[in-house]
Design a protein around this ligand. Structure first.
Ligand code: SF4
Length: 384
């Protein structure tokens, strides 16, 4: 197997770091000079551990948290067929769930980090997000269009247990009826059931649960710190029972590895109470090619790895990735088969019947410093 880019492999004699997805730290594509120390650093940590009498196996790479003192929090994004929304709020950048295929990885390079192990261990957190959000929602120029929380990374990643930034942002949105949705792979979303229920009662809240496979062993290798597939099905059930509309995103579908599971996944999520489903084909932009191929090589049988790589290329015009080949859907016979199967089985299991779009009918500007918005209640008239 080979990627379209230069080889960046680090020597990881004992395998990847403990419960991390990426086994390498490819060079940042914006930097011409690269300090290539991951292999040496892991060797040093192993030596330290061995000297202290620790056991063998992979060493640990601990999480580092950096505070991002951003001055704005609601971001405008360019709407495309892959990005069907206009506004996002991202309390974190980087994601400790560490999904090996995560196409948010290359965004970490804009921060000067690597899209590999750095993405899942060097996390930027925005502790001021709830205060900024309140100010921006109170501003008369804000029109309450739906916001997606977590467009870049999962808001319910492990760091949220202690920092609670996402919860405090949601409290602001639930208080003022701001329509919001989030996409997650974590059962931690149930911690905020009270807020999601309040938003759902105003038809202003929706949760999208992402599910790639029902196979717990494969999931552990692909998404080392996300909730198990069975846990995600239970999460869908609990959300649905609380009246919160749930969409399931089967994403990414990995040709030759998870595509045959599609009918079973759609059946399972429909039984669990999901109303809608969507799918995205595996995308491997930039250094993600190297990260994914390195993972494939060490995680599945060589014959299967070759088949997966070949099928990925078949859906991307012979390359590992090409934005020209319908980014989220791919092209060619195999991609068409996946699309057809998705249509057949969503119909069979009663998914994707019409549900209402999120509403801003209940939106009221939040209080800032004890005052209702900046310009009083009349500013709220007509918000819909
Ligand atoms: S949970 Fe989402 S954002 Fe986090 S690593 Fe996985 S795919 Fe990326």
């Amino acid at each position: 197997m080979h990627s379209d880019q230069p080889e960046y492999r680090d020597a990881l004699a004992d395998g990847p770091a403990h419960r991390r997805g990426a086994g390498i730290n490819p060079g940042n594509r914006f930097e011409r000079v690269r300090l290539h120390v991951l292999g040496e650093e892991l060797d040093r940590r192993r030596a330290e551990r061995d000297a202290e009498g620790g056991g063998g196996g992979p060493c640990r790479v601990e999480r580092e948290v950096f505070h991002d003192r951003t001055v704005t929090i609601i971001n405008r994004v360019e709407r495309t067929s892959d990005v069907p929304f206009d506004w996002t709020v991202n309390p974190y950048r980087g994601c400790e769930h560490g999904c090996v295929y995560c196409f948010a990885r290359p965004y970490h390079e804009f921060l000067g980090f690597s899209s590999g192990l750095d993405f899942e261990t060097k996390i930027m957190a925005k502790p001021d997000a709830p205060v900024l959000l309140r100010k921006e929602l109170a501003h008369p120029r804000w029109r309450p269009e739906p916001i997606v929380m977590s467009a870049i990374t999962d808001i319910y990643q492990p760091l949220e247990h202690t920092m609670r930034i996402a919860r405090r942002c949601l409290e602001v949105m639930a208080e003022c009826g701001q329509p919001v949705s989030t996409m997650t792979k974590s059962a931690m979303v149930l911690r905020d059931l009270d807020l999601w229920s309040k938003l759902a009662r105003m038809n202003a809240g929706r949760v999208i649960v992402t599910l790639v496979t029902l196979d717990p062993e494969l999931a552990e290798k692909l998404e080392p710190r996300a909730t198990t597939p069975a846990g995600r099905l239970r999460t869908i059930r609990a959300l649905a029972d609380a009246g919160i509309p749930v969409t399931v995103n089967v994403a990414p579908i990995i040709p030759g590895l998870t595509d045959t599971e599609l009918p079973r996944i759609l059946e399972a999520v429909a039984k669990a109470g999901a109303l809608r489903a969507s799918w995205v084909l595996l995308r491997l932009p930039y250094q993600l090619k190297d990260i994914f191929l390195e993972w494939l090589e060490r995680s599945v049988h060589p014959d299967r790895a070759r088949k997966v790589e070949s099928l990925i290329r078949q859906t991307r015009g012979g390359k590992l990735y090409s934005a020209a080949h319908r980014r989220g859907r791919g092209t060619g016979h195999h991609a068409e088969q996946i699309a057809k199967a998705f249509d057949v089985f969503t119909r069979r299991y009663g998914l994707n019947r019409d549900i209402r779009p999120l509403s801003s009918a209940h939106f009221r500007r939040p209080e800032v410093g004890g005052q209702l918005g900046l310009f009083g209640r009349e500013e709220n008239e007509g918000a819909s």
